[in-house]
Structure formats: C-alpha cells, structure tokens
Design a protein around this ligand. Structure first.
Ligand code: ZN
Length: 365
C-alpha cells in the first residue's frame, strides 16, 4: 500500500511540473518541438520556424506550406505587414536588393503578377531603373516581345495608339530619322544587318574577301554561292553578272558624292546609302546586271532571281512592299548573301531583312 501511494505522489508531482512548464512557456515543450519540426520540414530554416512559433503564426504557415519569398522577407527589416498577401504571390529571385525592390514596386501599385514579370524579364540594373520610375500602365504589353528593350521605353511611350505597333516601330527605328540610331558594328558576321540605322564602324573589315573578277571583291562564301546561282541561271539561258560588290567606306563616299552631283540631293539620299550605312561594306552584297539593254526590273533574269535567289543563300533586299522598313526605294539588282537556310526563312517570313533581323535574329541572341 505504501508503495502505491508513493507512485501516485510521483505521478501527481510530475504532472504539476509539466503543467507549470506548460503555463510558463505557452505551449508545452514537446508540442513546440513537433511544431518546429513541421515548419522545418516544409523547407524553412530553423530560425524561421522558431520565429513563426514566437509570432503565433504556426497554423498560418503550416497551412500555407513553403513560400520562399515569405521565408526571406518575414524576418527581414524590410517586411511590411500590409503587403503580406502580396509577398505570398511574388516569386523569390536571387538578386541584390530583392526585398527593397519588391517593396518599391508594391508601393508604386504594381500587382504581384507585374512584379513577377519584371523580375523574370529584366536585368538587375534594369529592374533598379524601373523601380525608380513612376508606375507604367500595361507594362507587360510593352515588353511582351523579346525585342522590346527597357532603354526604349520612353520612345514607346511617346507613340500614341496600339502598344504592340509602337514597340515594333521603335524596334525598327522608324520613330527616328534615318542615320540617327546608335547601332554601330565593328565585327563581321554572315547574318549582320547594315541599314540606315545600323552602320559599320570606320575600322570595319569584312572577312575572307576574294577576287570576284573585273576588279570586284566579295566574301568567299558569298562568291561561291553566287557562281553556283549564276551557273544555274545560265543553264536556263539567263545571263547576269556582277555590277558592284564590296565597297570600302571611302569608295561609298565617292559613289554617294557622284550620285548627289549627278541626280541631286533628294535622289541620292533615297537611292544611295551614306558611307558606313551601305550593305556593300560587308562584302556580302552585290548588284547584278544583264549584258542586254533594258531595265533590269523588266528582265527575265530578275524574274528568275526573285524566285530562286534564296536557294543559293541570297535575298532580294530592297522591295517596294518593304520600303517602310528597309528605307530604300526598290532595287531589282541588289542581292544580299545570308546563307541558304536563313535566306529561305527570310523569304518565307515575308518580312524585310531589317525586320527579320531585329525582331527575330537579334532578339534571340
Ligand atoms: Zn547595291
């Protein structure tokens, strides 16, 4: 009997101690540890789990599951309780100042969906610049296309009307006068774009120039392709030959001056590229002529080239329907080598090479 009483005493004492512990710490230690484990198992840090218990947010976080942004922001000095629901919808990004930037965008009334788009779409420095601007309405529409660039935002905003059209126009520099964009290239590539807004630098040198006969020079690959094309046409009784090929910047200057002197400023400015802005600088462009008299645009050779040039890697570069983008009047005689695959794709697209390069090639690089 004495023994049983003593066991009861011990049991009573232990219960009292546990109760005291429970009252003292709010939640009994055992439950606390199990809750901490639950939160940690969701993917949060131990520090965060302990913080959650102290803040009495156990059930909220348990029901929410793992949210990386919450895990980063809740204990940070940047945490703003009024943005709690927004934080939950914003994907965490490993960039400097993620939290202050997030707050800056929320304060500017960007929706969480816009903020996710911003972090996905732009570089760190662009994000910082954007966070310092006023709220931009329809931001996602402006930057839906990969060729849209944040540095052009003010140019987009300056154009009224359809947003997609404004972005396309600016991408193609149509909002700028000719020769005023700052796209100057000094390195050569087969697909390079040269037009009235994409110049080559003064020290630009095309690669692999070879003698193409009669004093003309062309890029070797382009010349091989031209000879192949010429032979295929000849088999059908059609004759054309090179009338102009590579021109240095200095040579272009004299062509430009001569044409201006002969035909007047207006004519030469619309028909002859200013030095630095001519495709002939690349060694990839050539003009053709037929030995017989008559306008090339009415020749059988032109009809054949329009249909077949792309099979040899050439595109008919200046077409009337594309003048808005090429900013050149139609030239039946001018062809540009870009390689067979690309030439076919450009032709199939129905776009000018200017548009194709800017909206599809350059944007994907
Ligand atoms: Zn030409």
């Amino acid at each position: 009997m004495r023994k049983r009483v003593s066991w009861l005493k011990i049991l009573l004492f232990t219960t009292l101690v546990l109760l005291a512990a429970g009252i003292g710490f709010g939640v009994p230690l055992g439950i606390k540890i199990s809750r901490r484990n639950t939160i940690e198992n969701l993917g949060y840090s131990r520090e965060f789990a302990e913080y959650i218990l102290k803040q009495d947010m156990y059930e909220t976080v348990r029901d929410l599951g793992f949210n990386e942004t919450l895990g980063k922001i809740l204990m940070a000095p940047e945490y703003q309780v009024n943005h709690y629901e927004d934080y939950l919808q914003i994907n965490y990004h490993e960039i400097n100042n993620f939290l202050p930037l997030t707050n800056a965008f929320l304060d500017k009334k960007y929706a969480p969906d816009d903020i996710n788009f911003i972090f996905e779409r732009f570089s760190e420095s662009e994000i910082t610049l954007l966070s310092e601007r006023e709220h931009i309405d329809h931001l996602q529409d402006y930057f839906a296309k990969s060729y849209a660039r944040l540095k052009d935002l003010d140019r987009y905003l300056a154009i009224e009307g359809d947003i997609q059209e404004a972005v396309y126009e600016v991408a193609n520099n149509l909002d700028l006068p000719e020769y005023e964009a700052d796209e100057t290239r000094s390195s050569f590539s087969i697909d390079m774009l040269v037009n009235k807004n994409y110049a080559v630098s003064e020290d630009f040198e095309p690669e692999n120039l070879v003698d193409a006969g009669n004093g003309y020079r062309l890029n070797q690959e382009a010349f091989e392709a031209f000879k192949e094309m010429q032979a295929a046409a000849k088999a059908e009784g059609l004759i054309f030959e090179i009338n102009s090929a590579y021109r240095s910047v200095a040579e272009q200057q004299s062509v430009f001056n001569a044409q201006c002197a002969q035909y007047g400023q207006a004519y030469c400015e619309s028909h002859v590229a200013k030095p630095g802005f001519s495709e002939h600088h690349t060694g990839l462009a050539l003009d053709v002529k037929t030995p017989h008299n008559g306008t090339f645009a009415y020749s059988k050779e032109f009809t054949w080239l329009k249909e077949h040039a792309q099979e040899y890697g050439f595109i008919w570069r200046y077409q009337e329907s594309q003048e808005k983008y090429s900013r050149f009047a139609e030239e039946a005689w001018h062809y540009r080598y870009v390689g067979k695959e690309l030439a076919q794709q450009v032709k199939d697209s129905g776009l000018s090479y200017d548009e194709y390069y800017i909206t599809l090639l350059e944007a994907s690089n």
